[in-house]
Ligand binder design. Structure first.
Ligand code: HEC
Ligand code: HEC
Ligand code: HEC
Ligand code: HEC
Ligand code: HEC
Length: 162
């Protein structure tokens, strides 16, 4: 909790200097507030963490269609979703969180160490649209590593130059 508060204070301090993050337009207006908040669906229903565990995934349309073959079928957004499902295609979601490939990062090791989604991604279940409100800059990584006594050496997150 204390860590979480420290991060919030840190995020607020950064936020004071910069404009609030803007949510990118998505192909379908998907709401985490509806699905993870009101319906209380588990994150892992739509975000599995396949081996070796570095990345999360975003569920493909058939997972959505477990409900949406019957729910809101008259909605244009759901009709678009259904068309992608029929054609076996993924939706072209626009990435919100991304770090360069020269940084080592694994979701699996962070989750195993007890870090929560919200510590890095903010109160997702309250958001109608997702913007990049969590701080995953080098400073953001370092701040938590300092508080939780994880590594701070350059080679902890970057490979040595050959
Ligand atoms: C467990 C059931 C369930 C799953 C799984 C599910 N949804 Fe939903 N979804 C709902 C319900 C319930 C609503 C709210 C319907 C209402 O407003 O009456 C909803 C609403 C929506 C809406 C708003 C539709 C509108 O026009 O109001 C969109 C868009 C949507 N879902 C997309 C998705 C996508 C994309 C996925 C998969 C990544 C997904 N849903 C997975 C149950 C589900
Ligand atoms: C019903 C399916 C569903 C559930 C449940 C769900 N998500 Fe998502 N999530 C999505 C979809 C679809 C997107 C892509 C659209 C967007 O960014 O809003 C997404 C995007 C995200 C992203 C941004 C990914 C990127 O582009 O960087 C994060 C972070 C995230 N979800 C976290 C969570 C967390 C944390 C929970 C649980 C509190 C959760 N999600 C529950 C479907 C879901
Ligand atoms: C320690 C910080 C941290 C935690 C905890 C965390 N994430 Fe992330 N997340 C990130 C970073 C950093 C990225 C960007 C990764 C990249 O670009 O390789 C990311 C990216 C994502 C993405 C986009 C796909 C991907 O893997 O790049 C999704 C979806 C996501 N996170 C969901 C979640 C969910 C759900 C949880 C909790 C179960 C969670 N995250 C916990 C930091 C975190
Ligand atoms: C919310 C706190 C938190 C944030 C934010 C965070 N980390 Fe960590 N990280 C940890 C903790 C705690 C450990 C220690 C895990 C262990 O020793 O088991 C760790 C371990 C690691 C490790 C070593 C384990 C492994 O996966 O090989 C790397 C590399 C790492 N973090 C990179 C990053 C990067 C890059 C970022 C920013 C994009 C980041 N971390 C953001 C808490 C955090
Ligand atoms: C806890 C993880 C972590 C540690 C430790 C770390 N970095 Fe980084 N570093 C990052 C991340 C994440 C980025 C990418 C930031 C972005 O582009 O959003 C980055 C980016 C960089 C960049 C790209 C320049 C820039 O600002 O875009 C350089 C250079 C760099 N790091 C050098 C270092 C040096 C030198 C050290 C040791 C003093 C170090 N890093 C320690 C996570 C880390």
């Amino acid at each position: 909790m204390r860590t979480f508060l420290a991060l919030l204070v840190f995020a607020a301090a950064c936020g004071a200097q910069t404009a609030p993050p803007v949510a990118p337009a998505q192909p379908i207006p998907f709401s985490h507030k509806t699905h993870a908040g009101d319906l209380k669906l588990q994150c892992k229903m739509c975000h599995p963490n396949p081996d070796p565990g570095e990345t999360m995934r975003i569920a493909a349309p058939p997972v959505c269609m477990q409900c949406h073959s019957a729910i809101k079928t008259d909605s244009p957004a759901i009709q678009k979703l259904a068309a992608f499902a029929r054609n076996g295609r993924e939706l072209p979601w626009v990435r919100v969180y991304e770090i360069p490939s020269y940084v080592n990062f694994s979701h699996r090791t962070h989750l195993t160490a007890g870090n929560k989604c919200e510590e890095c991604h903010g109160p997702v279940a309250q958001r109608v649209q997702l913007a990049r409100e969590g701080n995953i800059s080098m400073g953001g990584c370092m701040e938590c590593h300092r508080v939780k006594k994880a590594g701070l050496d350059c080679t902890y997150c970057h490979d040595e130059r050959q």
